[in-house]
Design a protein around this ligand. Sequence first.
Ligand code: F6P
Length: 369
Amino acid sequence: MKKKRIGVLTGGGDCAGLNSAIKWVVKTSLDDRLQKMRKIQYEVVGIRDGWKGLVQPDGGEDSPGSRILTLTEEMVRTWDRYGGTNLGTSRTNPFDPKNDRSKTVLENMERFHLDFLVAIGGEDTLGVANKLYREGVKVVGIPKTIDKDLSGTDYTLGFETALNVITDEIDRLRTTAGSHKRIFVVETMGRHAGWLALEGGESSGAYIILIPEYDFNIERINELLMEGRRKGARYEIIVVAEGAKPVGYSEILKEEGIDSFGHKILGGIGEFLAKQIFQLTKIETRSITLSHLQRGGAPCAYDRRMGRYFGIASVDLIVKEDFGKMVSLRNGQITAVSLGEAVGRLNLVDVQTQYDTERYNGRRTILGY
Ligand code: F6P
């Protein structure tokens, strides 16, 4: 029987559901019955620390020892229950214009006899996968990012678990906000896309939701808050995405500089807004940044299931020799789109149909007003 080797890696920010996807890549590849039907015997190796594992496979100062390890069914049996990624991750960009190490990646694919690659990631990791595909690498992708900003798919791993965190934390905040009659500003992640803030705010019934796709006016927020208090509200919850900004401002940065994919390091809009609101309303206002809590913890049932479906589908693509594709969920069906389509543009909130620009909240109506 023909023997082939599949490498699997997770890159970029971690999230819940990654371990489930890895587990199902391994289980589907090594399944005895399927191997006989396909007449190909697969072996799966885990590549540690994202693309760094193929740039420095022998390890480095931050990780002594090999970054390449054989994965067995027994090893991954329980992985779907755990958050994060058991393979580790990094934001290493082999195509970083300041330090291009893409040739090293290609050489290491040869050195470790990797016939195929499964890259689990967001726009950065899959952007690298797409470039490698154009250089002849037989690669397929699995979408993950709590920001849900990849195109070509209705779901990206980690999103629902992150929404559950937002909803749970806001439930907690409500009791203390009510006791003190305070306004709470809750900052979520979401650099360019407002999905976490929008759908997290909708799930938790937030009074105001602010997203990167629509610049807000602080005076309007003041009006809405005053209107709420006049109607008898004891407290308000405002959910703001880290990439949201007031009209005329640029995003608030946590620190200067950019990462190797050119991203600014965002953070601080919640605190900024809380101060502005207090100045205008004179109502006690507190802010909380949910930050990496949204990426942590055990995956919810949906992420475990989606990790499973995406993991299985990625191996199906390899069997079909349909490379340069990302598995995706479209209208309830598991399918695939080209990596180029997935990373070509970001999937943003459609302000026209999904956002109420008057009340700064979600908008889902079939009536059109
Ligand atoms: O890309 C996903 C994401 O969670 C963004 O929402 C956020 O801006 C960023 O990662 C934070 O990344 P880091 O883990 O490097 O702080």
